[in-house]
Write a protein that binds this ligand. Structure first.
Ligand SMILES: Cc1cc2nc3c(=O)[nH]c(=O)nc-3n(C[C@H](O)[C@H](O)[C@H](O)COP(=O)(O)OP(=O)(O)OC[C@H]3O[C@@H](n4cnc5c(N)ncnc54)[C@H](O)[C@@H]3O)c2cc1C
Length: 396
């Protein structure tokens, strides 16, 4: 049973939640982190890499560097993305290249479990962080604090409560923040494969009439699949044996790109996993002494690989507005929280618009729409300054 008072209470022990807790503790604030301890991925011959793989943007790496944890990430387990090739459904190609955009890399591929491992360890070294392995139940906002009740009967108070508890956030609901949830009628099928030819640090993405297929490069000759497939197809893919799925993805990528995948025949490594895809839009990012970060604040389609990046930038700004507050304001002051909400509005809106528009544009099976979207891709591909501007925007 817990009963105590803190400057900050963070609910949720995903990557944004732990990053937030660590950042606040490094500012000298007392922090309670509520949620389960992350489970490590145990690398085996059958499953050397965590199936949850993220493309993290340089801005996210910068945050993790600032928190002092990026140097602890095992560099043997990460892979730079230096090139991205996007294919339309009429063979049109759009190529983004780090070299021509004069940046070191477009993104870094890293396992979820590796980021959780280093954040969890760093939180463990912070005496200002109290780990509470329980579940958030309810909150009561008072003028100067927020009182939090836990499912195990414990309770605590904090000046600021951060909801980092994911798409179905209980903090969000308890704070009275509305969320509109819409299914994309797609499920992401995720799996890792060995590849016959070197991936050359390239990420591939195919917009096809069977959904969006992405292959992300992993260390060695391995790739990670995210196939955002219409429901019926996802059920069919999930029921395939590992060998059958590898064959199906090899075939899909080759036929969607005129056999220009470059990675050749895929061989299965470990099991496939599925994630139903939905969009979550919230009415507010804040309530009295409450702020939302990560998927509690927004869920976007994974086709742009930006959900976690968006969440980490929420954390970066929340840490910054709290750090830069005037001496007379406390950490949960309404003005401080409004600065956070205003500061994130544009990035959230833009990401929602971009991912939704792309998902819808490629869901239409109309010959005219198909011609227009492929012509659009080809036009963007010819405009290097526009491509470089898009790259810089995606880098954060
Ligand atoms: C297929 C797929 C691929 C993706 N690829 C990328 C990518 O390449 N790049 C990228 O940037 N993003 C990507 N994303 C998005 C990314 O997965 C999410 O944005 C990110 O995981 C959100 O983290 P989170 O901690 O906010 O939420 P979650 O990961 O859902 O974590 C929520 C945490 O809160 C805890 N919790 C929940 N309820 C309670 C409670 N009541 N009390 C206490 N604790 C609680 C949970 O135990 C968990 O620890 C992808 C998503 C999908 C589906």
């Amino acid at each position: 049973m817990v009963a105590s008072s803190f400057d900050i209470a963070v609910v949720g022990t995903g990557i944004p939640g732990l990053a937030c807790a660590l950042g606040f503790a490094q500012q000298g604030l007392s922090v309670a982190v509520i949620g389960p301890r992350p489970k490590p991925h145990v690398a085996t011959r059958a499953q050397p890499f965590d199936p949850r793989i993220y493309a993290v943007a340089p801005a996210s790496v910068a945050l993790l560097e600032g928190l002092g944890v990026w140097t602890s990430v095992d560099q043997q387990r990460v892979c730079a993305v230096e090139r991205m090739r996007v294919f339309g459904d009429e063979g049109t190609q759009l190529t983004f290249d780090a070299y021509t955009a004069t940046v070191e890399r477009l993104a870094t591929i890293v396992e979820e479990s590796e980021l959780l491992r280093v954040l969890d360890a760093a939180c463990g070294f912070q005496p200002a962080i109290k780990r509470i392995q329980s579940t958030f139940a309810s909150l009561t906002a008072q003028p100067d604090t927020v009182a939090v009740d836990l499912e195990d009967g414990g309770s605590l108070t904090a000046r600021l409560l951060v909801g980092a508890d994911g798409a179905s956030s209980a903090v969000r609901a308890a704070a009275g923040i509305n969320a509109t949830v819409k299914s994309y009628d797609q499920t992401a099928v995720v799996a890792n494969f060995g590849c016959a030819r070197p991936h050359l640090n390239t990420a591939w993405q195919w917009f096809t009439d069977q959904g969006v297929v992405a292959l992300l490069p992993l260390p060695g000759e391995q790739v990670s699949l995210v196939w955002s497939a219409p429901q019926e197809l996802a059920v069919e893919l999930a029921a395939l044996s590992a060998d059958q799925l590898a064959g199906r993805v090899t075939e899909r990528c080759a036929s969607a790109a005129g056999d220009t995948t470059g990675v050749g025949q895929l061989t299965p490594i470990g099991k496939a996993h599925t994630f139903p895809l939905r969009r979550v839009v919230v009415s507010r990012l804040i309530a009295s002494r409450v702020g939302l970060v990560g998927d509690a604040a927004h869920v976007v389609h994974p086709l742009a690989g930006q959900g976690l990046n968006l969440g980490l930038q929420d954390v970066a700004l929340l840490l910054e507005v709290v750090r830069a507050r005037e001496a007379f304001r406390d950490v949960g002051d309404a003005t401080v929280l409004r600065r956070y909400e205003r500061g994130r509005a544009e990035a959230h809106g833009l990401m929602r618009f971009t991912t939704d528009s792309l998902a819808q544009l490629f869901a239409f099976d109309d010959p005219l729409v198909r011609r227009l979207r492929n012509a659009g891709m080809a036009a963007v591909n010819r405009l290097s300054p526009l491509k470089n501007a898009l790259i810089r925007r995606a880098l954060g």
